[in-house]
Design a protein around this ligand. Structure first.
Ligand SMILES: [Zn+2]
Length: 253
């Protein structure tokens, strides 16, 4: 059989006659690429790694021996690192056997502000990305933001927030006032009405208006200053908190 025929056969074999994706049930080892979201110790010698892969979504991986010996995983199993990992699926936890660095993001960890922003991005990801469900676009933006933070571009990384919300179907209404329908044009200030979207100055209480620069960033422009970055981060975190109905830990820091 030629290689094309073999590929088709392989693809067909992924699904059994009920349409179940058999490859997901298979315990076979495979290579995945992704980012470490979170690490915690497990028993005396293991660690549980929360990993985000574009193809598999969020996964909990059991890294046996990772706590007892740093060498076991070549010392690269760190939060925010992008790695390639050899894993196999399990009922609750997957297992990870080997990891290799793709981008370790060592600079990010030397700067407190970068760490804080990366922590916000991780919290958003844990809320917005379901377990074991592919999220390639979300991953692309998330990973890009971490790369920007690692390069010291803290403000620009904030430009990713509206894209994460958009990919999750949670971007506020941005063109017209959610109260009266009046168009909100460039240069206008506006409020953000909970659960609705931007609200013109007449429809929102004066004290919590967004700057026109912040509105531009939420609409997709580049974020250039630290002040606007903080404003956008705060207002979109509040927005997300309200959308999902659960408190964001990073908002109380
Ligand atoms: Zn209005």
């Amino acid at each position: 059989m030629n290689s094309l025929g073999l590929n088709v056969l392989r693809r067909l074999r992924r699904f059994d006659w009920t349409g179940t994706d058999v490859s997901r049930l298979s315990k076979a080892r495979r290579n995945i690429d992704g980012v470490v979201l979170h690490l915690r110790d497990f028993q005396d010698s293991h660690r549980i790694v929360e990993f985000f892969s574009p193809e598999e979504g969020r996964l909990s991986l059991m890294a046996r021996g990772a706590r007892a010996s740093k060498k076991r995983f070549a010392g690269v199993l760190d939060q925010f690192s992008r790695l390639r990992a050899v894993v196999s699926p399990g009922r609750d936890l997957w297992s990870v056997y080997e990891v290799a660095p793709v981008q370790l993001r060592l600079n990010l960890r030397t700067c407190r502000e970068s760490m804080n922003r990366a922590t916000v991005l991780v919290e958003w990801t844990r809320i917005l990305v379901p377990e074991e469900q592919a999220a390639p676009e979300f991953f692309r933006f998330f990973d890009h933001a971490l790369t920007l933070l690692n390069g010291g571009e803290l403000s620009r990384a904030v430009g990713v927030y509206p894209r994460l919300l958009d990919d999750s179907g949670m971007l506020p209404e941005l063109l017209a006032c959610a109260g009266c329908g009046r168009e909100i044009v460039a240069g206008d200030r506006a409020g953000l009405m909970t659960g609705e979207g931007l609200a013109c100055t007449r429809c929102s209480p004066r004290r919590d208006l967004l700057s026109s620069e912040a509105i531009k960033v939420i609409r997709g422009a580049r974020c250039e200053t630290a002040e606007v970055a903080l404003e956008v981060e705060r207002v979109l975190s509040l927005w997300l908190q309200n959308e999902v109905g659960q408190p964001l830990r990073t908002l109380s820091l």
